[in-house]
Ligand binder design. Structure first.
Ligand SMILES: NC(=O)c1ccc[n+]([C@@H]2O[C@H](COP(=O)([O-])OP(=O)(O)OC[C@H]3O[C@@H](n4cnc5c(N)ncnc54)[C@H](O)[C@@H]3O)[C@@H](O)[C@H]2O)c1
Ligand SMILES: O=c1ccn([C@@H]2O[C@H](COP(=O)(O)OP(=O)(O)O[C@H]3O[C@H](CO)[C@@H](O)[C@H](O)[C@H]3O)[C@@H](O)[C@H]2O)c(=O)[nH]1
Length: 439
């Protein structure tokens, strides 16, 4: 039987939850405090750039299983379950800001009049679901609600695929036991034998942070190895490939680059470190990962300056790629931000291109020159920096770049180009963890 669900917050995770759960056959109403977003979603515009999202959004709107509203009462009217998918951004001290969660709970408490399962999909620090339970108990009869933790593991750019094919579904309950309504909501995944992990709230919360922190650590490890490989004349790609052939290590998340970014790894590693400090367990490894990632971004600016022979005033740098990774228009914590900010501060002229993220980047940096075409962005540049691994950049025509640039210098922060062909065409080429040829 279709379960009636309200989803609070329609950012990346909220939209994916709305679309995914309605596609599983549930009746879903999405709510957001941003009216404009609700209008766009209702008309079938997914707001974010995400492959496949528009198709599934329109498909489920058409069946009538999915709708959106900016009226909280309408969203909650028939709901048996409410998913909290609001943001949990970083506070200045690195801890998670739970104010969006709190306002959603206050709104629920005001109108709740029959039993409701409150599911936390947002990433929240260990102890938060227990706090949600206590907070709601202080406001309404405790028989009126049940709290469930159901962290999300989707990746931006692959959100639809990840929602339909998760490696696992983690569900934390008060007593750590199975919850039938949650099993029903995800019945389509049960049918394809997706593993379900039933556990208590704190375990579910920590699984989410442990997973992100582990992946961030893996990236940081390979970035440090890349820096060493550069100095020793080795090729990090061959090192990572050989390491990855050991099944215990796996080849995933061993791509070196300018440091991890995005809306999750930076804030979640910091929040985990903060939780550790709060309870007297210093997460020294994670703290080192956080600071090493910052150093990696700064190191990229130093590499660029070296290529410009440290004489940077009056120079022009072309930045190709502004999104924090390919296949998304999200620029949150993008390494391109650190690089552009660092150069603008020193008076360097920046021209930029990105297939999808220009509009978002413009809001932060209105004075950068933006181009619809990567070759135009390279005109008269003294250095071209590739910041995002878009496929468009893998196939760049280096002859055309040669004709456009002032100096033939490329800093390839994602190692998307073949160093040998770049060098053969007369470019000074530098990647991350592989300097030149004969590696
Ligand atoms: N982005 C990801 O890939 C991803 C993946 C897994 C988990 N997460 C976690 O999921 C949560 C949401 O992330 P996101 O990237 O979708 O966030 P987001 O910032 O893109 O979206 C949050 C949405 O919540 C809305 N909102 C804020 N307060 C509200 C309120 N009181 N009532 C209703 N709506 C409200 C905002 O208008 C916004 O649309 C975070 O905790 C994040 O860590 C994100
Ligand atoms: O080998 C790699 C893999 C990734 N990255 C960088 O790491 C960051 C994060 O990448 P990715 O994990 O693909 O993107 P997100 O969409 O941020 O997804 C992560 O964060 C989400 C939010 O918590 C989780 O749900 C996902 O499981 C987790 O992968 C990006 O800057 C990537 O460029 C690397 O530098 N090297």
């Amino acid at each position: 039987m279709a379960i009636k669900i309200a989803v609070i917050g329609t950012g990346y995770v909220g939209i994916s939850t709305c679309v995914g759960l309605s596609d599983f056959g549930n009746i879903v109403v999405g709510f957001d405090i941003d009216d404009n977003k609700i209008k766009r979603l209702s008309s079938g515009d997914p707001v974010i750039y995400e492959n496949g999202m528009e198709y599934y959004l329109k498909k489920n709107l058409e069946t009538g299983r999915l709708s959106f509203t900016s009226d909280f009462k309408v969203a909650l009217k028939d709901a048996e379950v409410v998913f909290l998918a609001v943001g949990t951004p970083e506070r200045e001290d690195g801890s998670a800001d739970l104010s969006q969660i709190k306002s959603a709970l206050d709104a629920i408490a005001e109108i709740i009049d029959r039993p409701l399962v409150i599911v936390t999909k947002s990433t929240v620090p260990a102890g938060t679901n227990r706090w949600i339970n206590d907070y709601m108990s202080s406001k309404v009869d405790e028989n009126l609600f049940e709290v469930v933790s159901n962290p999300e593991f989707l990746r931006e750019g692959k959100a639809i695929h990840d929602f339909f094919h998760p490696d696992r579904v983690v569900i934390g309950t008060k007593d750590g036991k199975e919850n039938p309504i949650m099993r029903d909501i995800y019945r389509s995944l049960y049918l394809i034998e997706t593993p379900f992990i039933w556990c208590n709230w704190e375990t579910a919360e920590l699984i989410k942070y442990a997973s992100n922190a582990f992946l961030a650590t893996k990236i940081t490890f390979i970035n440090q190895m890349a820096n060493l490989a550069e100095e020793m004349g080795a090729d990090i790609h061959k090192i990572a490939k050989a390491m990855g052939m050991d099944g215990r290590i796996s080849s995933k998340f061993l791509h070196p680059g300018p440091g991890y970014g995005g809306s999750c790894f930076p804030k979640d590693t910091k929040a985990l470190a903060k939780t550790g400090r709060k309870v007297g367990v210093v997460m020294s490894l994670i703290e080192e990962v956080i600071s090493s990632n910052e150093t990696q971004k700064e190191r990229m600016i130093e590499k660029a300056k070296r290529l410009l022979e440290n004489n940077i005033s009056d120079k022009k740098v072309a930045v190709l790629g502004l999104a924090f990774k390919a296949e998304t228009d999200d620029i949150r914590e993008s390494p391109a931000i650190t690089i552009v900010k660092g150069f603008l501060k020193e008076g360097v002229k920046i021209s930029a291109h990105d297939p999808k993220a220009v509009e978002n980047f413009k809001k932060l940096f209105p004075y950068v020159e933006y181009y619809d075409n990567a070759y135009d962005a390279c005109k008269n540049a003294n250095l071209v920096i590739i910041c995002t691994e878009w496929n468009d950049y893998r196939n760049l025509d280096l002859d055309e770049i040669s004709r456009n640039v002032k100096e033939k210098k490329i800093l390839d922060l994602r190692n998307v180009l073949d160093p040998e062909s770049a060098i053969k065409k007369g470019f000074v080429y530098e990647g991350v963890g592989r300097k030149g040829v004969n590696l």
